[in-house]
Structure formats: structure tokens, C-alpha cells
Design a protein around this ligand. Structure first.
Ligand SMILES: [Mg+2]
Length: 248
């Protein structure tokens, strides 16, 4: 690496903490097996509204995600999980009252709890962050629709206090790869984008985003994917996070 970075910034999911969909509960919907966290949310809703079947809830759950994903794409913003659940409840015909809001909050917590159980972090990644923390200022920039859950996952997987700056898209309203969240992170760290180093697993989100603001970046290519000419080009590619230690 040519110049020593003033700060190293990490992506969260599938860079530090893996999301393993195979660990979500398996449910059968309309004859198809799907891995989903929606069973936990439906269990909460069913207690308050026994008439809402799992199938009806699942459809609203999936459609509300499709709806917010369209908005995320179109507007380059983050839409929170709370808003997604509000849309889901509206689709189910539930009025927006204090009573439904409390069920909605509990269902959202159940959904997040279920997602959190499907995460894992190999201990060597904690070691990498700990080692680099002794040498560099560290930041974290994550696309996730529920800030409290992202922060709880950092604690759960041993990254408590590791980052000087932690930005979750749900809290700031912007998502990677759009430049706003990178600029916010740089401002919080008081560095110029070119002085940072971004480390992430996604070419279209992390590498494209970092390049877009002129921040050097490392692509964690765990699957050994082939980098195409049309892909956003990382400055460095590593296969496993510990390889970062040889680079910086
Ligand atoms: Mg990621």
C-alpha cells in the first residue's frame, strides 16, 4: 500500500459479520420451502389478530420489502425497517392506532431477533479489527434498516468500542453506494475521502461507493469471484479479512 491511510473503514455484513440465510427457520409457503424470519413476526401478530394467517402475513411481508427496495433504488435513501413494517401492516388492513403500533413494534423486534440468530463471526475477524485498532483509527459504515440491531450485533460479536465512528444507514437516511454516507463518515472522522481506506465485500455497494468519493478500497472476495472489466475496480483484493494485515 502506497500511503498509510488516516483511517480504515469497514462494511459490516459479510465483511465482519456473516449473515447466514440457511440458519433462518425453514417454512413452507404455498408449497414452497423458504428461509425466513417472518414466522417469528407472525407469531407475535397472531396473538393480537388471530384472523391473520401466516400466508396473508408472508405476502404483505414480502410485498412491503419489494416496495421499500424500489424506493431505496429510486431515491438512493434508506427506508427503515419500522417504515417497512408500517407498510406491511397497512397492506394487512390494520389501522394505524396505538394498539397496532405496539403489536407492530413487537413484531419488528421478533423479526430482528430472528435475523440476529442467523449471524456469525469467525474469531479471526475480531483479531484483525483489534490489531488494526492498535495502529489505525477505525470506522464502520453499514447498510442496514435497523440501527439498534446493527449495533447490538457489533456487541454480540465482540466489536464493542472497536470503531471511533459507526454509521448505520437506517440512522443517517442514506445508503452505500451513494456518496452521502461516505462523506458523513469522513466528516465524523475529520479525514478527506482520499485519506481513508474502505474494506468491504460488495463490488456494487462498497467498492463502487468508495470509488465514487475517491476513497481507496479493498474488496474482500471470499467466494473467489472473477472481477470483470465492467465491474467497479478495487485498489486491492483479498480473499480473507486477515489478509488485510499484510496490506496495511
Ligand atoms: Mg457487505
Amino acid at each position: 500500500m502506497s500511503a498509510r491511510p488516516a483511517a480504515v473503514l469497514f462494511d459490516l455484513f459479510d465483511t465482519l459479520v456473516d449473515f447466514e440465510r440457511d440458519r433462518l427457520p425453514l417454512v413452507t409457503v404455498a408449497g414452497k420451502d423458504v428461509r425466513t424470519s417472518s414466522g417469528a413476526a407472525h407469531a407475535v401478530i397472531r396473538q393480537a389478530y388471530p384472523a391473520i394467517s401466516f400466508e396473508a402475513f408472508y405476502e404483505a411481508f414480502v410485498e412491503s420489502l419489494r416496495e421499500v427496495n424500489e424506493r431505496r433504488e429510486r431515491e438512493g435513501i434508506e427506508v427503515t425497517a419500522a417504515e417497512r413494517f408500517a407498510r406491511c401492516f397497512a397492506r394487512l388492513g390494520l389501522p394505524d392506532t396505538d394498539a397496532t403500533a405496539s403489536v407492530r413494534g413487537a413484531a419488528l423486534e421478533a423479526h430482528m431477533g430472528s435475523l440476529a440468530t442467523a449471524t456469525a463471526c469467525p474469531p479471526e475477524r475480531r483479531e484483525v479489527v483489534r490489531t488494526l485498532g492498535g495502529r489505525y483509527r477505525l470506522g464502520l459504515v453499514s447498510n442496514f434498516d435497523h440501527g439498534a440491531t446493527a449495533r447490538a450485533l457489533l456487541t454480540r460479536h465482540g466489536f464493542d468500542g472497536a470503531f471511533e465512528v459507526t454509521l448505520i444507514s437506517a440512522d443517517v437516511g442514506f445508503r452505500k453506494p451513494y456518496p452521502e454516507i461516505f462523506h458523513l463518515a469522513c466528516r465524523a472522522l475529520r479525514i478527506a475521502p482520499a485519506a481513508g481506506l474502505f474494506v468491504g465485500d460488495s463490488l456494487s455497494i462498497d467498492v463502487a461507493g468508495a470509488r465514487g468519493v475517491g476513497m481507496p478500497c479493498v474488496w474482500v472476495n471470499r467466494e473467489g469471484a472473477t472481477l470483470g472489466r465492467a465491474d467497479p475496480q478495487p485498489d486491492h483484493t483479498i480473499q480473507h479479512l486477515p489478509d488485510l494485515l499484510a496490506l496495511v
